[in-house]
Design a protein around this ligand. Structure first.
Ligand code: AQP
Length: 339
């Protein structure tokens, strides 16, 4: 049977190169490898987006971005998280097996609270991994492709599914899950090492909430400005440049096609002509590479923005398919716990 692949992206802001190289590029590849389901995580986004009109617009733009970047609704299911109401029920039931100590250990919660200096974080942000585990388990997924930042959440989902199966399924043995099947299937995580963490302009993980992104669909002039502000060191133009911890170098490697990167790499590592080997020159190369890599997707994005009815039809039919996948799982859950 075809593997079921599931992943999502929050509609919490403009999508960026980290979302693309860390996740969406792989989503598009995987739509030919199995039964792929991708959702727009608009419930998750409510932890940071506090304006209804903005939340709606970002949900729509995230759907448009997925389609523009190559997701084909004939081959993959694209839906809005909030169009599958079963998710709320599973979130609650799953919460009854989640140890609080796990949530206290969640890196992404700690990073967000520290980076944003939040003094009194809300329950929604704290419980985010529980909703994410429900997202993963509700569709009987086999594989979940994500960036490295999400790996811990995936491990939580597997642990809680095991705990739930052991509590509610007599004879369930996590060492031999084929003998007595659990209520939940245990999905495996998939992360590509070379793009596990895409650096932002400041060298930290590129993230919508850190203000360090290079956006996929912002006006070109804005993207050019973002690229110009990528952090570099003070190595003089005619000197060989370091390759470690250099967001500009890492971004060039991701965005430029192989032969163009080989040339850039050579110029980066040798000193020489200050006109061609300064950081400004490499930023220009990155901007040109970006235009070439995303020109077609950006044009498609602009077209789709003009056709909200078509996007809505795609999301509605995606939700219908997703609910059909969720139905047997939620039935098993209700049976198991006595609802
Ligand atoms: N910098 C990154 N490098 C590699 N992968 C990344 N992803 C995000 N940033 C990077 C991957 O993109 C997918 C969708 O992410 P998300 O938007 O749902 O959540 P996120 O990881 O929290 O992304 P942001 O930009 O950091 O959003 P905010 O700031 O709103 O929390 C995931 O697979 C993620 O791994």
């Amino acid at each position: 049977m075809a593997q079921r692949i599931l992943s999502g992206v929050q509609s919490s802001g403009r999508l960026h190169l980290g979302n693309y190289y860390g996740a969406i590029r792989e989503f598009v590849r995987l739509q030919d490898e199995g039964e792929a389901l991708y959702f727009i995580a608009n419930y998750h986004a409510l932890t940071s987006v506090r304006d209804a009109a903005l939340a709606r617009r970002l949900t729509f733009e995230t759907a448009v971005a997925f389609l523009a970047l190559g997701l084909d609704p004939a081959r993959a299911t694209l839906f809005r998280q909030s169009d599958v109401p079963e998710i709320g029920e599973l979130y609650w039931v799953l919460g009854t097996v989640v140890p609080l100590s796990n949530l206290h250990r969640a890196h992404s919660f700690k990073d967000k609270v520290n980076n944003k200096g939040i003094e009194d974080p809300e329950f929604g942000l704290f419980a985010y991994p529980v909703l994410m585990a429900a997202d993963i388990l509700l569709y009987d997924s086999d594989v979940v492709p994500v960036g490295r930042d999400q790996r811990q959440h995936l491990e939580f989902a597997r642990d809680w599914a095991t705990k739930f199966n052991m509590r509610y399924v007599p004879g369930y043995d996590p060492q031999e899950p084929e003998r007595v099947p659990g209520v939940f299937k245990l999905p495996s995580v998939r992360t590509r090492d070379e793009t596990a963490v895409v650096p932002g302009r400041d060298g930290q993980k590129m993230s919508k909430s850190y203000g360090n992104t290079v956006d996929l669909f912002a006006p070109e002039r804005e993207v050019e400005k973002q690229i110009k502000s990528v952090k570099t060191d003070s190595t003089p133009p005619d000197q060989p440049k370091p390759t470690e911890n250099q967001p500009l170098y890492q971004l060039l490697k991701l965005v430029l096609p192989e032969p163009a990167f080989a040339d850039a790499d050579r110029a980066w590592r040798t000193g020489g002509d200050p006109k061609t080997n300064g950081y400004g020159y490499f930023k220009g190369l990155l901007f040109e590479g970006y235009r070439q890599a995303f020109g077609t997707a950006r044009a498609r994005y602009d077209e789709l923005l003009q056709d909200p009815a078509e996007v809505e039809r795609t999301l509605a039919s995606g939700a219908q398919r997703a609910r059909a996948f969720a139905a047997p799982v939620i039935r098993r859950v209700r049976d198991a716990v006595g609802l």
